[in-house]
Design a binder for this molecule. Structure first.
Ligand SMILES: C[S@@+](CC[C@H](N)C(=O)[O-])C[C@H]1O[C@@H](n2cnc3c(N)ncnc32)[C@H](O)[C@@H]1O
Length: 537
């Protein structure tokens, strides 16, 4: 962990340095192609000075290190972290490394070589992402307490970089202070194969205040019109900012590609407007540079969807000036991060509001009439769907009578929906946080059920491990069970006497009280059941 690593800085306080070793595709992106992408019309003027355009063409192929978007609990008490490097940075030098537009994210300390290979990362203390993608979260004010208790829809959510930030924003304050209202997030992703990473990233937050849907935006808007306080459209786009990551080819700069994306974005935005309650906020973002997919879409929302600009004061210095001809309404609620100015991959975000109508729907009612207060008929019907074998095999986990969740069976997966989830989560059969699944004839606890917030896993069998054992576990190894008196998460002894046999069966591995995943113990060793995608590579 202490190996020195050269980092390119992603904070606007430090302008990027050109690193030729990182410019693998540099030769394949021409200044002309970027220029076309930046014009609103095929033959329009290039709205950026030529020398700046040149800098952009170089920067577009540079790689930047991801930053650490910290969980608020970690920021409040750095002591809970295992990494000395991170603890020191958070205690003493956090401001110097904070991302300018999203101060609860920091650049990785130089002496923390691979943040993704730390116990703290496995324990969900931070999420790694390009600092550019934090622009949309900043526009949504996800690093303040303004979103707590809100009902939010992330319409294009996979793999969940922004959805997990929104989920923390609506729910984490509750876990720090339980008098705070709880919010709820619907994370929608129309492409089925992208749901698994989305589920994992949402589960990592430890929250159960979410559901996942796999719908086309238009059909979702028909089911849930006028409900949400905030809708995020982090749209599929030509992805010009992803060229350096190798996730997009330079064809992302072609006119036809941009045009196809623009048309798709129009449809998604129209659905997003329908999902919003009057007075609600729409955050639109992309990771592309084309004006047609950015400022021109904001113009579309104002002209055709009746939305109004909702400027975000703190982002004023990132306000865009690229529109030809300029339109004040568009420019004052639209923000850009440029890779040649800030050393992130580059991104766009805009904030708009839906005007208040005459009769705002009583969206609060949906949340208040939560599932655990609803009629016993629907509750017992859903709970009875849980197979008897699942309850018999995992009696400590699959408990239909537990008021802390509402169980649902789907495709041999048992979800545990939050008790105060809105009714439509069950009615529409959206997926919730997974607690168990069937493999062959055996029911197994799911990874997500181990890594929930401490209150949700209270009372479940667990074993506390030291740094060395935690690292072993995270790389997929079997671990020794040699400490029957190890403290459980709340610091209490597990009650075993010196000569008592070690616990057997399913147990949650915890490090400093923070859950990491499951093992199955035979009393001497713990067989590793950490989900493959959660392992350190
Ligand atoms: C830019 S990515 C979203 C990234 C995500 N918000 C994050 O922060 O991790 C766009 C997502 O939109 C999804 N998508 C593709 N077509 C869509 C459509 N017609 N409607 C909504 N989403 C779509 C893609 O599958 C992709 O997961």
């Amino acid at each position: 962990m202490s190996t020195k690593k050269r980092k390119s800085k992603s904070n606007s306080k430090r302008p990027p340095k050109h690193n030729p070793k990182r410019s693998s595709q540099r030769a394949s992106i021409s200044r002309e192609a970027v220029a076309v992408a930046l014009t609103t019309e095929r033959d329009g003027e290039i709205p950026m000075p030529p020398d700046e355009l040149e800098q952009l063409c170089v920067a577009i192929t540079e790689r930047n290190d991801n930053v650490l978007r910290m969980r608020s609990e970690a920021l409040q008490s750095a002591e809970r972290l295992a990494s000395n490097e991170l603890r020191t940075w958070l205690r003493e030098k956090r401001d110097a490394r904070a991302v300018d537009w999203y101060p609860t994210a920091i650049e990785a300390p130089d002496d923390l070589a691979r943040p993704s290979r730390t116990i703290d990362y496995a324990a969900g203390e931070f999420y790694l992402q390009d600092s550019g993608s934090l622009l949309a979260l900043a526009a949504a004010q996800a690093d303040t307490f303004q979103l707590r208790g809100k009902l939010i829809c992330d319409l294009c959510a996979a793999p969940g970089g922004k959805a997990s930030g929104l989920l923390e924003a609506i729910d984490e304050p509750y876990h720090v202070d339980q008098s705070q209202p709880r919010g709820f997030l619907l994370a929608n992703e129309p492409i089925l194969t992208r749901i698994a990473p989305l589920s994992y990233n949402l589960a990592r937050t430890g929250s159960d205040q979410y559901a996942i849907s796999n719908e086309d935006p238009e059909s979702l808007a028909e089911k849930l019109p006028g409900l949400f306080d905030l809708v995020l459209v982090d749209a599929p786009c030509s992805g010009q900012a992803l060229v350096a990551k190798g996730k997009q080819s330079p064809t992302a700069l072609q006119f036809t590609h941009i045009e196809l994306n623009r048309a798709r974005q129009n449809r998604i935005l129209a659905a997003a407007e329908k999902l919003l309650r009057p007075g609600g906020t729409l955050i639109y973002s992309t990771c592309t540079f084309a004006v047609k997919e950015n400022e021109a879409q904001v113009q579309f929302m104002i002209d055709h969807l009746g939305l109004t600009p909702a400027p975000v004061q703190r982002l004023a210095k990132y306000q865009t000036d690229l529109l030809n001809p300029p339109n004040e309404d568009v420019l004052r609620c639209s923000y850009r991060l440029w890779p040649h100015r800030t050393a992130c991959a580059g991104s766009f975000a805009a904030s708009l509001a839906k005007p208040l109508g005459d009769e705002p729907p009583d969206y609060d009612r949906d949340r208040k009439e939560a599932s655990w207060r609803r009629s016993t008929t629907s509750r017992s019907r859903d709970q009875s769907m849980v197979p008897r074998e699942a309850i018999d095999q995992l009696p400590f986990l699959v408990r239909p009578d537990d008021p802390r969740h509402h169980l649902q069976l789907r495709d041999w997966i048992i979800d545990a929906t939050a008790p105060d989830a809105p009714d439509w989560v069950q009615e529409e059969s959206f997926r919730g946080p997974e607690i168990a699944h069937r493999a062959g004839s055996t029911w197994k606890p799911s990874h997500a059920s181990a890594i929930r917030h401490t209150a949700a896993i209270e009372g479940l069998p667990s074993i506390e491990v030291d740094d060395e054992t935690a690292l072993k576990y995270l790389t997929g190894e079997t671990i020794p069970i040699d400490n029957p008196n190890s403290p459980s998460a709340d610091g209490a002894s597990d009650g075993a006497s010196d000569d008592a046999p070690n616990q057997t069966g399913w147990q949650i591995v915890r490090h400093r009280g923070r859950p990491l995943g499951w093992i199955k113990s035979n009393g001497r060793i713990g067989k590793n059941h950490l989900a493959r995608h959660a392992r350190m590579q």
